[in-house]
Design a protein. Structure first.
Length: 145
């Protein structure tokens, strides 16, 4: 990572403080700027204000599927739909239930218990896909001019 480049901002959402600590340490060691939250937001404007480049999200928060609703909210809002999301969950039930939308929304998925290298690889892959989309849009706009 270029030390002069602004750090990529990761928003990690998980109700488990120990897991948030792992994310914060792991991602910071890789040069990312990390914001951690224990609860998903209820308004996309809150996410926009934070300005993450990628979100790492648990689907179950306090044993409720709050993460899935938050993710759906993000993906229907034009201001947040292109923010990549890495779903990191230990409950395969909700993952199976939303497998189709996860694919449509181009989300990365990591099942708990996870390997640290897998989390990093999926975060990087999501960021790479976002950059590739931006490049395609920029080329298309230049061609249209």
């Amino acid at each position: 990572m270029d030390p002069r480049a602004p750090a990529i901002h990761v928003l990690a959402i998980n109700d488990d403080l120990a897991i948030l600590g792992v994310y914060a340490d792991l991602l910071a060691e890789e040069g990312y700027r990390v914001t951690t939250e224990r609860m998903p937001y209820v308004d996309p404007a809150d996410v926009i204000a934070i300005g993450p480049d990628v979100i790492v999200l648990d689907l179950l928060v306090r044993h409720e599927e709050r993460g899935a609703g938050f993710l759906a909210m993000l993906k229907v809002d034009p201001a947040t739909r292109d923010v990549p999301v890495v779903v990191c969950s230990g409950d395969s039930g909700p993952l199976k239930e939303i497998a189709e939308p996860l694919g449509t929304w181009d989300c990365g998925v990591v099942e708990k218990p996870f390997d640290i290298d897998d989390v990093l690889a999926v975060v990087r892959a999501c960021l790479d896909r976002r950059l590739a989309r931006r490049d395609r849009v920029a080329v298309a706009e230049m061609a249209a001019d």
